[in-house]
Each structure stands twice: as structure tokens, then as C-alpha cells.
Design a protein around this ligand. Structure first.
Ligand code: HEM
Ligand code: HEM
Length: 261
């Protein structure tokens, strides 16, 4: 267990009342100035985590688009002589290139978990033995289902987001990388670098068609995650008690109130 302590709120006893800086410009009302004392920010997502997030998101969109087209190829296009066209080749090339970038970025993200702050490790482990975490997971699920009036506050991911990231990204994306490279190994040929590293997957799965199907189903699980993830990010940005989208852009989590629970 990590023992790192995260301070949520450090009141500044020397802050003048009302805060001079905030009085100078804008349309600050006395209650706005008062609220500045209670809205606090914590630095959560460090630069490598944020860079990885957006690079990974871009690669995922590219992989979903090109992967879908690999599974359902475009109809033949009358763009020129057949020998002058390379449309499907370019689609496959984009898929493989994005796959390589995604893999290297994920390896770097795993490495960063050893050097980064406590939040950089959150995605890689689930505290399933922690009953409090389970209770909070159920509570968060109720909040997402509109069954409780108010969410709890979290500095890192809330338990539901945490579980989704673990299953769909830590496990799910590893599955896509392994099956993707196993498919690539088939093209690269027996005895190739990729075959040496990932050839065993084809043997394990049984045949190439099944490998394609598993990789294909994996895409749909990531599509489902992405849709829910973006919905939740926007919804929580508006409805939760803390910042959300700006946090994965700037790294800072800002709380909208000063209540602990
Ligand atoms: C427009 C698109 C996206 C937006 C607005 C967005 C927004 C966010 C936000 C707000 C967080 C922080 C959540 C929190 O603090 O609990 C986050 C984290 C995360 N997002 Fe996204 N996201 C987008 C696309 C994606 C895509 C396509 C994926 C992958 C399929 C993805 C995977 C993740 C992961 C794995 C994390 C956790 C980061 C970590 O702990 O290292 N996101 N995202
Ligand atoms: C989240 C990431 C990924 C998604 C969503 C994705 C999606 C897809 C889809 C839907 C297909 C078509 C499967 C079919 O029905 O035949 C496909 C094929 C393929 N993917 Fe991925 N993929 C991902 C990651 C990767 C990675 C990391 C690699 C490694 C280089 C890779 C390599 C391949 C290869 C070699 C094929 C077969 C191409 C062919 O038969 O022409 N994919 N991918």
C-alpha cells in the first residue's frame, strides 16, 4: 500500500481579507471572494501522464477507424488502374504505425508508474481487498445511475473510473497489443522478430480467424469504454464536486466546495 499523504486543503493564515488580487479586476462579489478561501487545487496528473493520455486517445481513435475499415473494407474505388491504387495498404499501414506508437507510449506509461506520483500508479492496481473501496464503488455506481443526490470527492480517479480504467485499459489494451502483434507476426512471417515474440498467441488461440475475431471484439470493448468515458468526463465536469476535463489538461484538480465528505 502507498503511504504517500495528499494534502487537500492548506489554509493560508496570512491571506488578506478580502483577497487584494481578486478584488482588482473582474466582477467579484463578496461571496466570490469568500469562496476563494475554500476552492482548493491539488496537482494530480503529471506531464507524462497527461501527454500519454492525449497521445493514447489520438492513437485509439486512429486504430478504431482503421481497424473498422480493415474488418469492413471500403468498396473498390474507381480512382485509377488497380495497380496504381494502394488505399487498403495505406489503411493497414496507418493501423500498424498507430499500433506501434500506442505500444511504445504504453510501455513508457508503465515505466512512469515507477517514478511518478501515487496517482500515476492508480490505473495499474485494484484494491479489491479494501471493503471501503468496494462500498465507495457501489456508491459511485448509484451516483452515475442518479440514485443518490451527491457524489463524493476524489483527488485521483473515483472507484468506478478506477475499475473501468483497470479492466478496459490496463488489461484491455494489453490484450489488444498482444493480439495485434500476433496478427502482425503472421504477416511478418515465421522466424521474424514479431513471430519470435508473439507467435505463441496464434498457437494458443487455435487459428488466425479466431485471433482476428478476438482482436475485433476487443475493439468494441474499447469503443464502449471510450463512449462511456467521454460521457462521464463531461457529466462529472458539470455535476461532480471537482474539476475533471481541465484536470487531464492542466494536471490540477480543483474542488468546488470545502466539505470533507
Ligand atoms: C475527447 C476525449 C477524452 C476526454 C475528454 C477524456 C477525459 C479524461 C479525463 C477528464 C480524465 C481524468 C479522469 C479522472 O480524473 O478520474 C481521463 C483519464 C483517462 N482517460 Fe480519457 N478522455 C478522452 C479520451 C480517452 C480515450 C480515447 C481513452 C482510451 C480509450 C482514454 C483513457 C483514459 C485513461 C486510461 C485515463 C486515466 C489516466 C491515468 O490514470 O493515467 N481517454 N480522461
Ligand atoms: C486499441 C487498439 C486497437 C484496435 C481498436 C484495433 C482494431 C482492429 C480491428 C477492428 C481489426 C480488424 C480485425 C478483423 O475483423 O479482421 C484489426 C486488425 C489488425 N490489427 Fe488492430 N487494433 C488495435 C491495436 C493493434 C495493435 C497494437 C497492433 C499491432 C501492430 C494491431 C495490428 C493489427 C493487425 C496486424 C491486424 C490485421 C490486419 C489485416 O488482417 O489486414 N492492432 N485491428
Amino acid at each position: 500500500m502507498d503511504t504517500e499523504i495528499v494534502t487537500i486543503h492548506v489554509p493560508n493564515p496570512n491571506a488578506p481579507t478580502p483577497l487584494e488580487a481578486s478584488r482588482k479586476t473582474g466582477t467579484a462579489r463578496p461571496e466570490d471572494i469568500e469562496s476563494i478561501f475554500y476552492k482548493t487545487s491539488v496537482y494530480v496528473y503529471e506531464v507524462p501522464v497527461r501527454l500519454w493520455h492525449w497521445l493514447n486517445a489520438a492513437m485509439i481513435f486512429l486504430l478504431i477507424g482503421t481497424g473498422y475499415l480493415i474488418a469492413r473494407p471500403l468498396p473498390t474505388m474507381e480512382m485509377g488502374e488497380a495497380t496504381d491504387q494502394f488505399v487498403f495498404g495505406y489503411i493497414r499501414f496507418a493501423h500498424f504505425a498507430a499500433g506501434q506508437v500506442l505500444t511504445v507510449a504504453f510501455a513508457a506509461r508503465i515505466l512512469w508508474a515507477f517514478f511518478g506520483n501515487v496517482h500515476s500508479r492508480q490505473m495499474f492496481k485494484l484494491p479489491v481487498w479494501n471493503l471501503r473501496w468496494i462500498r465507495e464503488l457501489i456508491y459511485e455506481l448509484k451516483w452515475y445511475l442518479f440514485l443518490v443526490p451527491e457524489p463524493r470527492k476524489y483527488v485521483g480517479h473515483n472507484p468506478l473510473a478506477h475499475a473501468a480504467m483497470f479492466f478496459f485499459i490496463t488489461l484491455g489494451m494489453s490484450f489488444m497489443i498482444v493480439t495485434g502483434f500476433a496478427l502482425y507476426a503472421e504477416g511478418a512471417g515465421q522466424g521474424s522478430f514479431y513471430d519470435t515474440l508473439f507467435g505463441w498467441v496464434l498457437g494458443l488461440v487455435g487459428n488466425s480467424q479466431r485471433l482476428h475475431t478476438l482482436h475485433h471484439l476487443g475493439m468494441w470493448s474499447i469503443v464502449i469504454f471510450t463512449i462511456i468515458h467521454i460521457y462521464a468526463a463531461v457529466r462529472e465536469d458539470i455535476m461532480s464536486r471537482q474539476s475533471m476535463i481541465s484536470t487531464i489538461v492542466s494536471g490540477w484538480r480543483t474542488f468546488k466546495d470545502d466539505r470533507v465528505e
